[in-house]
Design a binder for this molecule. Sequence first.
Ligand SMILES: NC(=O)c1ccc[n+]([C@@H]2O[C@H](COP(=O)([O-])OP(=O)(O)OC[C@H]3O[C@@H](n4cnc5c(N)ncnc54)[C@H](OP(=O)(O)O)[C@@H]3O)[C@@H](O)[C@H]2O)c1
Length: 325
Amino acid sequence: MNSVGSLQMNNKVEIPRLALGTYATSNEEISNVIETALSVGYRHLDCAWIYGNEKGIGDGLTNQLKKGEIKRTDVFITGKLWCSFFKTERVRQQCIKSINDLQCQYLDLFLIHWPFAFIDQDPNKNEENKFIVADDVDFVDTWKAMEALVDEGLVKSIGVSNFTEEQLERVLNMCKYKPVVNQVEIHPYCPQIELEKFCKKHDIILEAYAPLGAKERPWKTKDDPEVLEDKTIKSLADKYHVHPAAILLHYIIDRDIVCVVKSASPQRIKDNFDLFQGHPFKLSQEDFDTIHKEIKTRFRYYIMSDGAKAKEYPFKEWKNFVSKD
Ligand SMILES: NC(=O)c1ccc[n+]([C@@H]2O[C@H](COP(=O)([O-])OP(=O)(O)OC[C@H]3O[C@@H](n4cnc5c(N)ncnc54)[C@H](OP(=O)(O)O)[C@@H]3O)[C@@H](O)[C@H]2O)c1
């Protein structure tokens, strides 16, 4: 079986460089998707309670393990703590719920999904007040509860998602265990160069979500720029005779960032995996310079407007900008 390779995290545990994203695929559909991805060779599943499909993922994982070709320890499973469950007593409950639904005995990695809290309720059971920000739980207190999960053996590693440099500093200044990763949006419209330097300095691995521009996001508007359609990306795709998606994935792979990419199509699941097998090409420094010089658009596909009033909302300084060039 081919391997996608791995990076070593600051707790000496290896993390596979490619993860299958699981957002926007229903419980009914995802079980087959997981079986396909695991048989193709994926060994890292990026899951989250808020995606509402952890039971389906667990079914797919269980079916695949029953075939006997892989063991639980061959697969790296990430879960995420949703903003509604930041209180200490809820962190453990939610972790156990995800472990049970995913049918996986333990999580390899558990992330704080966003750096701010919502009121403690199941957002799916209260559509009207689905996303209400409560600012009275600080993520550093949540972090202590996350560390207790490591001590108890429920999770092997803990990390964060959507954290800024300042927010990471706050955790670094109080932690017993450093966050091993920070999972954030990364693509040429949101390059994250400064955050990348900060994370390297502190031995925190960056994970890239939405590397292809998350085209299934339900909130997309007709004026949004689509990074898969970008003319600079397309011209690099012509240069290397590949699909623009391959350029966008290399934009992540060639920076030693863990790539979290979603596909529910058997062909694209395989195409994306194949890019990690002895790359037929690598983006050169010149290609990176071209991307960073020519592309002026700055755009986040996930801005989480419901969290914007939170004190710790991470993108307060960010302004989407669409270049007319
Ligand atoms: N931590 C966070 O806050 C956060 C936020 C957002 C996402 N995430 C994670 O990151 C994952 C990836 O992000 P995402 O799902 O938003 O978007 P994405 O991976 O950038 O894009 C997924 C879309 O690209 C299509 N696609 C996949 N491979 C392709 C290829 N080779 N060529 C052309 N199109 C291709 C998929 O369609 P098909 O399925 O039809 O192939 C799907 O529509 C999520 O699933 C989730 O696990 C985390």
